[in-house]
Design a protein around this ligand. Structure first.
Ligand code: ADP
Ligand code: MG
Length: 244
């Protein structure tokens, strides 16, 4: 049994009166790939953002590799380096080249030498299939290529865990597979991943576990096979009947 990496205990969050995370208790183990699915507004993004400390929680604890998430300052920057995040909108720096997008964090946050950061960035850009685009600017790349750069940028920080929040939902259909392929590769190489996605193919290929969220709570969790073929709750059955 591999060791716990991300542990959420009694996590509760409200936006004003709206209870958006309801008593979340989850342990994500090193090397585990967890897919989070559920209707819009169920709290999936908030959950990811809480793990990256982009959102604060009012109750409960979240630990990464045994350490509670820091509140501010230097430790927070260090935490963000350890938790790679890939968003629906690629969020690349528009006025920096692809190479600079990937080297910036390692140089500024990790204190890497430029040459070392560039060598590693090129290796990662090759790995996600955009090595030949290194000198271009984000707007010169397709959405699928930009999202693969965003993945390379997160990986350049040597994160302990990667969070993906609907990474393919802003992409044209023909570009979805090229991004999912990179993610499947990462999963195979043992990266710990939390992935919000409705891509069943990805879940079936790569996920160890599916969490189904509704109204801020984890309503159901299971292996992808069991979840997709034999959902237990009415909410999950209803949701799956709409998307499958
Ligand atoms: P999902 O990603 O599953 O669609 P979210 O985590 O984005 O769900 O949102 C969960 C709930 O919290 C929704 O009702 C949403 O409207 C609300 N919400 C999200 N962000 C904020 C915010 N910054 N302020 C107030 N309410 C928010
Ligand atoms: Mg969301």
């Amino acid at each position: 049994m591999s060791e716990p990496l991300v542990v959420l205990e009694g996590v509760n969050k409200w936006f004003g009166d709206l209870h958006v995370l309801k008593d979340i208790n989850q342990t994500i183990h090193r090397g585990e790939v967890v897919v989070v699915i559920g209707p819009s507004g169920s709290g999936k993004s908030t959950l990811c953002r809480a793990i990256n400390r982009l959102e604060t929680i009012q109750e409960g604890t979240i630990t990464l590799d045994g350490q509670p998430l820091p509140d501010e300052g230097k430790q927070l920057a260090a935490l963000r380096a350890e938790v790679g995040m890939v968003f629906q909108s690629f969020n690349l720096f528009a006025h920096k080249t692809i190479l600079e997008n990937v080297t910036l964090g390692p140089i500024k946050v990790r204190g890497k030498a430029k040459a070392e950061a560039e060598a590693r960035a090129k290796e990662l850009l090759d790995r996600v299939g955009v090595g030949h685009q290194a000198a271009k600017y984000p707007a010169q790349l397709s959405g699928g290529q930009q999202q693969r750069v965003a993945i390379a940028r997160a990986l350049a920080m040597d994160p302990k865990v990667m969070l993906f929040d609907e990474p393919t939902s802003a992409l044209d259909p023909e570009m979805i597979k090229e991004v999912l392929d990179v993610m499947v590769d990462l999963a195979k190489q043992g990266m710990t991943m939390i992935v919000v996605t409705h891509e069943m193919g990805f879940a079936r290929t790569a996920a160890d576990r599916v969490l189904f969220m509704a109204d801020g709570a984890v309503v159901e969790e299971n292996t992808p096979e069991e979840f997709f073929t034999n959902p237990q709750s009415d909410r999950a059955q209803d949701f799956l009947s709409k998307i499958l």
